[in-house]
Design a protein around this ligand. Structure first.
Ligand SMILES: [Zn+2]
Length: 883
């Protein structure tokens, strides 16, 4: 029981009830309250790491006092069942019988979705204070991990909201900066890459420490005319999942929906009732699917300001998506809190009733994965079905195959040895940028993937690999995640109706991390072995430290991303650095040896890892480089794309000032900067008004320090200043939609993605013909240009309906425009979905154009996307040095 604990209710602590109109709790208050709750014998308070702003990130572990006294044992059971290694069916059943269901519930990830953290506070209080039979059964049979997903964001948002003394004047709008230091809303797109400290902390609890069988991730809001959008979700789901994931989401969704219906709480919508799907990896919820964890997401309406459930007539017809429609009415925050507590209880009640089944099923899924990765296995996917139809069409010469075919066509594809799923992947330690490959390996390690490393040279399939190479086998519990990080995502052709417009994927369609990071790997289709040392779960890897030879100078390979990091330290320390400008080693860095340069190189070899070659003499064909005064565009409220570049600048030791529209409009830019970076969303399209929607219309009510940050890039004020900046020798790097700068300057080029309509007019290709949502495409690279030094002749780029240009040949021959990246093939898709990709052929994807004494660089693809695209970072970095 709960005897010694002096129960402090939210009202006593916060001076208001959770869910009262116009009241939000800060993180400081929440942390203090959680520490008070931890005085209960049902609760443990755990710090899981520090946030990007240096706060404590924390989690409550809630269970019965008996269970809390044996947490170590229950964690061990959870890990053993999730890894499923060497466990017999009988042993698994015994462990499932002994163990407790582990359920993760988080709050606050998207800080402006204020329900998230407030439902967590209320649920923690109820679980701590209630003694009804259901609560007691939950405490006895489950261990609940209640984690704060973003303490920094809560502090910012709640203080912003509460700064207004008059409650009825309080508004969430107009937040001056991102609610996660670098990523804002994209903090929920970081869970396979794990760039951010918060994501790393959460991943270590989810994928290394606890491996819960269920996780529940709270968001808001659902579609207008509903209260909650929840599980199960619409198609497509990712083909690498174990089917038990999908049916378990169904079961948990039914439990939540059913409980709300039984409590007379209408308005839950599921499946085609909302846009959420289970295709994407990389969200806090979605990455868990690839680890056999049943991930739940709800998007619930409501906030501290009273609102309305609007009238949306089509939502009033009950159907399988919405069994119990809600009618238009006034809505208060407390109702959203009550809904959320009900749904948490529905999940926890399910977990306590099906405790042993949940524990056994995560073992079953892990075991299935191990089995699939330990034999010849052919996963089903749209491409394989296409191949089956094609095999029939080739023989029958029929334009359209019937719906039923002889089964030998199945065999021709699904027993084809070449089409097998791999048994594993080898990352050679001999590759050009091994430290970046190690970053990739660490992303896998942080998500709990089992990795091996070669302790000696070895040979597989006739190829020799050096000692230190990494091996990732697919015969492991988290095989879905392994496959997903190495193999293309085969997104189906998803249309509203045949010949109709495409259905947008919820986030990216393709994201194969090994491609985005340009990691060199081999797929191994047969069983293989070697002198492979198992790396303990969660143990991060670092490059081998090779001693620095004594020499008169040193070379750094331009293919290495960390070379740029080292070069920036050297330049800041006043050391001489030059780049080779001709021949085979074009772009490589040369550093004359001094005591200082040797010390810097030594420390960079140790961390983050660097390959250094000795130079016998100073090269003749090298140009000295210098650091530049870099500016990075941002806007009031914060641009996520800019935040990610800011993150990159810090990671790679570039100093970048943040530049806002007002300062650009004031002119005189050459006196302050040498290069300005514009990410996607900065420069408006020609003939349209400014972008950046988060701008307040008035500066009256915003703190002094943010007043210089309002305003937008405009065609009449900003563009002329930027033109002048380039004419006077400045460099502009534009990415994504900001390549519209080229049109503002009137450069001789056009949009490549046009068609001649029936009336003879040129129009944009419609989405029915051409549509490429977030996917990975292959382009050709002119790596002889300094802009692309260190790149290979082909590269995988992240493309999201990105700009593509048609450049007339005489503009190229006159040197007005130099293409850097272009599409040379009719099929450039590497991973994801590229409907009508043939239209891309011969399109220019990136170029440079001299403007006066300066230069415009235009990169259509997202070369710095979410700080994940390590393979194309150099396309930015190269532009950040001068002579
Ligand atoms: Zn959200």
């Amino acid at each position: 029981m709960n005897g010694v604990f002096a129960q402090v209710s939210p009202k006593e602590h916060f001076k208001f009830d959770i869910g009262d109109d116009y009241q939000l709790a800060t993180n400081t208050q929440t942390e203090a309250y959680f520490k008070k709750l931890a005085e209960s014998d049902r609760v443990e308070f755990v710090e899981i790491g520090k946030t990007e702003e240096g706060r404590s990130q924390y989690m409550l572990i809630v269970s019965s006092p008996e269970n809390l006294s044996k947490l170590g044992r229950y964690k061990e059971i959870s890990q053993k069942l999730a890894h499923a290694e060497g466990l017999s069916e009988l042993e698994a059943r015994a462990l499932a019988n002994e163990g407790k269901a582990i359920v993760w519930i988080d709050g606050g990830l998207h800080a402006t979705e204020t329900l998230g953290i407030h439902q967590l506070i209320e649920t923690a209080w109820q679980l701590t204070s209630r003694n009804d039979p259901e609560t007691m059964r939950i405490l006895d049979n489950t261990i609940i991990l209640m984690a704060h997903a973003n303490p920094d964001g809560q502090e910012l948002v709640s203080n912003w909201y509460m700064r207004e003394k008059d409650p009825t004047k309080r508004v969430l709008q107009g937040l001056p900066r991102l609610y996660e230091k670098y990523a804002g809303h994209d903090n929920n797109r970081d869970f396979f890459m794990l760039n951010l400290k918060e994501s790393q902390n959460i991943a270590s609890q989810l994928f290394i420490e606890w491996l819960p069988q269920i996780m529940y991730n709270h968001h808001q809001a659902g579609p207008a005319g509903s209260v909650v959008a929840g599980a199960p979700y619409r198609d497509p789901f990712n083909y690498v999942f174990d089917p038990i994931i999908m049916t378990s989401i169904d079961a948990l969704g039914a439990a939540m929906n059913n409980r709300l219906n039984a409590e007379n709480k209408p308005g839950y919508t599921q499946k085609y009732g909302s846009v959420f799907s289970t295709w994407y990896n990389g969200g806090l919820r979605t990455t868990t699917y690839f680890h056999n964890i049943v991930g739940l997401l709800t998007e619930t309406v409501g906030g501290p300001n009273p609102t309305e459930i609007p009238l949306v007539p089509h939502r009033l017809i009950p159907n399988g998506g919405t069994t119990f429609p809600i009618t238009p009415q006034k809505w208060h925050f407390r109702q959203s809190i009550d809904y959320s507590v009900s749904m948490n209880y529905a999940v926890l009640n399910y977990a306590q009733r099906y405790r042993d089944e949940l524990l056994y099923n995560i073992y079953r899924m892990g075991k299935n994965s191990i089995d699939r990765g330990s034999k010849d296995y052919w996963a089903l996917s749209p491409k394989k079905v296409d191949a089956i139809n094609l095999a029939f069409q080739k023989e029958s010469k029929m334009a359209r195959p019937p719906s039923q075919l002889p089964s030998r066509y199945y065999d021709s594809v699904m027993l084809d040895k070449k089409r097998r799923d791999p048994r594993g992947y080898i990352l050679s330690s001999g590759q050009a940028d091994f430290p970046t490959a190690i970053k990739f390996v660490n992303a896998l390690v942080r998500t709990g993937v089992l990795v091996h490393q070669a302790s000696a040279n070895f040979t597989v399939a006739g190829k020799n690999y050096p000692k230190g190479s990494f091996i990732i086998k697919t015969g492991q519990a988290f095989r879905p995640h392994v496959i997903d990080m190495f193999e293309p995502q085969d997104h189906p052709n998803d249309f509203k109706y045949e010949g109709g417009p495409p259905v947008a994927p919820y986030d990216a369609a393709g994201w194969t991390l090994a491609y985005m990071m340009n990691v060199d790997f081999d797929r191994i289709l047969d069983d293989f072995d070697g002198p492979f040392k198992r790396i303990p779960y969660g143990e991060l890897q670092s490059p081998e430290i090779k001693p620095l030879a004594s020499s008169s100078g040193y070379f750094l390979n331009a293919q290495s991303n960390n070379a740029f990091k080292a070069v920036n330290v050297l330049l800041k320390a006043g050391q001489s650095v030059s780049r080779i400008n001709t021949g085979q080693d074009m772009g490589d860095f040369y550093i004359p040896a001094t005591e200082k340069s040797r010390n810097i190189l030594r420390s960079q070899i140790a961390s983050p890892g660097l390959e250094v070659k000795s130079a016998s003499a100073a090269p003749k064909n090298a140009t000295k480089i210098s650091g530049l005064r870099i500016a990075l565009w941002d806007t009031y409220g914060g641009s996520m794309s800019s935040g990610w570049v800011r993150f990159l600048m810090e990671q790679y030791n570039f100093n970048a000032s943040i530049l806002y529209a007002q300062e650009i409009d004031a002119g005189n830019l050459n006196s302050k900067f040498d290069v300005i970076i514009f990410v996607t969303g900065a420069i408006p399209a020609l003939g349209s008004q400014a972008t950046a929607s988060s701008n307040p219309t008035t500066t009256d009510n915003i703190p002094e320090e943010y007043k210089t940050q309002t305003g937008r890039i405009s065609a009449d004020k900003s563009i002329p200043q930027l033109k002048k900046f380039m004419e006077n020798g400045g460099k502009l790097v534009t990415i994504g939609s900001s390549t519209a700068m080229a049109y503002h300057l009137g450069l001789p080029l056009r949009n490549h993605l046009m068609q001649i309509s029936e009336n003879g007019k040129e129009t944009r290709l419609p989405a029915e013909k051409y549509y490429v949502p977030g996917s990975i495409l292959r382009v050709n690279v002119n790596n002889k240009l300094p802009a692309a030094w260190g790149m290979s002749e082909q590269a995988d780029i992240y493309f999201d309906n990105s700009p593509v240009f048609r450049v007339p040949t005489d503009a190229i021959s006159k040197g007005l425009i130099k293409p850097i990246l272009w599409f040379s093939e009719p099929k450039s898709l590497r991973s994801g979905w590229a409907w009508g990709q043939e239209y891309l052929q011969d399109g220019v994807s990136a170029f440079e154009a001299p403007i006066g004494k300066g230069m415009l660089y235009a990169f259509g693809p997202e070369i710095t996307f979410r700080a994940q695209t390590h393979g194309t970072f150099k396309l930015l970095f190269n532009q950040l040095y001068g002579k």
